[in-house]
Design a protein around this ligand. Structure first.
Ligand SMILES: N[C@@H](CCC(=O)N[C@@H](CS)C(=O)NCC(=O)O)C(=O)O
Length: 210
């Protein structure tokens, strides 16, 4: 049965489209626009999942939310797990580490910057003292992991690279990614993949990928 992706513009959902393209799965995209003032998702998304966030998928009568869980699940279950690293493989922990680092660690300071930035000058001291060093530390850590390979785990392209791609996009938008050449190189390699380009065409405009 076709997978339905409830896709919010300019969002983490972009990487789910990319994963599905890499796996060659059939899916339908239902696009949602953000509120122009608040940038929040429209209320209709709460009809699909109580949190009303994107990505959220429907498939086989079930609802799938949380990008890391979605990506881990579909990468393991589809096409013989070609984008996953299985239990027992020496690179399994690196794979899980980067798959979870993206949302569990790296996105927090990048999101704080977005929200605290809305405070204008009042947020300046927090930004300078706490948020910027955290962003730098997380991006530098990821940059070091790509010192001798273009991929985060097992020396090959996996779903962990897809999950990390939104960190790189948010980093490029507001985290000074340009200071981290290995991350810049990986991001360019992501964007050159045909499946990435097909996902962009299906998802609609994605300025964060610029
Ligand atoms: N940790 C969740 C975060 C989901 C999330 O916050 N998605 C954002 C899009 S990037 C969203 O839907 N924002 C709109 C809103 O909060 O109304 C995930 O990775 O799926």
């Amino acid at each position: 049965m076709t997978i339905i992706v409830h896709h919010l513009e300019e969002s983490r959902s972009q990487r789910v489209l990319w994963l599905l393209e890499e796996l060659g799965l059939d899916y339908e995209v239902r696009r949602y626009a953000r509120n122009a003032q608040t940038r929040l998702a429209p209320p209709e998304l709460k009809d699909i999942h109580p949190l009303g966030k994107s990505p959220v998928l429907q498939h086989d009568g079930r609802v799938f939310a949380e990008s890391g869980a979605i990506i881990e699940y579909f990468a393991e279950h589809e096409h013989g797990g070609k984008l996953a690293i299985p239990a027992g493989d020496a690179a399994r922990f690196d794979y899980l580490y980067w798959l979870h680092f993206a949302e569990g660690s790296a996105m927090l300071p990048l999101l704080l910057k977005l929200y605290v930035g809305m405070l204008g000058e009042a947020g300046g001291p927090l930004m300078a003292a706490r948020i910027e060093p955290e962003i730098e530390a997380h991006l530098a850590h990821a940059n070091r992991a790509l010192q001798s390979a273009d991929y985060f785990a097992g020396g090959r392209f996996t779903a962990a690279d897809i999950q990390m791609s939104f960190v790189l996009d948010a980093g490029a938008q507001r985290g000074g990614l340009q200071r981290f050449p290995n991350l810049m190189r990986a991001r360019a390699a992501h964007q050159a993949r045909p499946a990435y380009q097909r996902a962009l065409a299906k998802g609609g405009p994605y300025k964060m990928g610029a």
